[in-house]
Design a protein. Sequence first.
Length: 95
Amino acid sequence: MAGTVVTTIAKQKMLEARAGISQLPVITGMAFGTGGVDGSGNVIEPTADQTRLNAEVLRKAIDGYEVISATKIRYSCTLTESQLAGEYISEVGQI
């Protein structure tokens, strides 16, 4: 299973925010995709240089978030029964 990857762009935005050059954008949505595995079902590891999902199929606003600890936040997004029906979601990104 692939883990969480902090992209190079996200690291750059955090560095600029810490330096006072810019502000971090608020996470407002989630993107869901089907491109996280290859044709044989093997996980395609995300890379730090990715700027989008491999095969995005839906974007949706987040419902909210929960602070889990000083370094973790859990974002939630509810899908209706008909959204992504029959799709195998294998990648998710924050937007």
